[in-house]
Design a protein around this ligand. Sequence first.
Ligand code: FPP
Length: 257
Amino acid sequence: MIHMKCKLSHWFKKKSPSVTNIPKHIAIIMDGNGRWARQRGMPRTAGHRVGMDRVRDAVAICLEYGVPYLTLYAFSTENWKRPEEEVRFLMDLFEEALKSEVDKLDQQNVRVRFIGLRHNLRPSLRELMEQSEARTSGNTALTLNLAINYGGRSEIVTAARRIAEDVRRGEVDPEQIDESFFGNYLFTAGQPDPDLLIKPGGESRISNFLLWQIAYTEIYYSTKFWPDFKKADMRDAIFFYSQRERRFGGIKRGESI
Ligand code: FPP
């Protein structure tokens, strides 16, 4: 079910204590940074910088509502095709953000994790990623997965290759391989699948994000660009989710045939 955004945040703010159906895992494709900046006659990179403010907002809302997992798509395996200057800016921004934000995230009891392939990221960024993960590993309020050099297809292929290696070593019997076994070889092993995927930016595509994990995820679509997607919009998305009845391929509860 894809939903067009509507203005419900005011209602939700007033009613939030009675809303019980809060997603356990929210995933966000932070789209529209470049267009947001271009509309204002600014370089695309200015949109990425304002996008960082929205990352802080998204974390704050998850903490406020007790959402235990948040996954943000920050850089895809396809984003290397962008101009070198933009890629360098984004890598610098990730490093800057990790240096400046981890203290606060740690105080907020947020666990930071990274999903994606690390081998072709610059060593200084990899080091900061490892430090942030180690520093926050004991935190329990929210797990924040940052997808950097992430691609859904590459994640599935990597998992398949690792399983094949384990089979070859005689450690895994092919009969053991079912959906839940396979899930344990993904970057998100041990985490619930996203309940809610938020897709701002106006274009309704998934862009190779969490392809395995979003099989039954509810999708909240917004025409707003990510730099404009503020706390009220996050609340609207959570409200949208709270109203959904999920059937996972079944039929409505109590409905006769
Ligand atoms: C997509 O918009 C956005 C990105 C590729 C980068 C998103 C990164 C941030 C907001 C910084 C987050 C930092 C951390 C540490 C989580 P786009 O450039 O594709 O926009 P467009 O569709 O308008 O071109």
